[in-house]
Design a protein around this ligand. Structure first.
Ligand code: CU
Length: 148
């Protein structure tokens, strides 16, 4: 039996003896950051969620070990006043992106277990209506940071 260089090369390139096909993720979380407020005040978490599937998907929750409580909130302004309401979900459109940003959707992070340190990062785990869970490292930024 003759083994040619070509055969070896094909075997190496292929690497497909036991294909590990992971289910493609429908959603991706990026640009996550947390606005650190002093004195144990609630902090806001902001990020973008991209939905790469052809169906809308809902963000239904967020978890983190770094805070006693994490909730989905939406800021609503009525002229001069601004209020926050708790929401059960936020819909990410099919093949679209939903932004959580100051003044709109945010994650309300309360009861930090340790004082937040600017320059560190905290993992947040996001749950979606299709059963997916996505963990993203969120950069802790100072209260003055308006965007990423
Ligand atoms: Cu809030």
């Amino acid at each position: 039996m003759r083994i040619t260089l070509k055969t070896l090369l094909l075997a190496a390139l292929c690497g497909c003896v036991t294909p590990a096909i992971a289910a493609p993720k429908a959603v991706m979380v990026s640009d996550c950051w947390i606005r650190a407020l002093p004195g144990g005040l609630p902090s806001g978490g902001y990020f973008s969620v991209m939905n790469m599937s052809s169906k809308p998907v809902d963000l239904t929750g967020v978890e983190t070990d770094a805070f006693g409580m994490a909730m989905l909130h939406q800021s609503q302004s009525n002229g001069s006043t601004s209020t926050m309401v708790m929401i059960a979900k936020a819909t990410v459109p099919a093949n679209g992106t939903l932004r959580f940003a100051p003044g709109g959707y945010h994650v309300m992070l309360e009861k930090p277990k340790h004082p937040l340190k600017v320059g560190t990062s905290i993992p947040l785990t996001f749950s979606f209506s299709d059963g997916e869970k996505v963990t993203s490292e969120c950069a802790v930024k100072s209260a003055g940071a308006a965007s990423d």
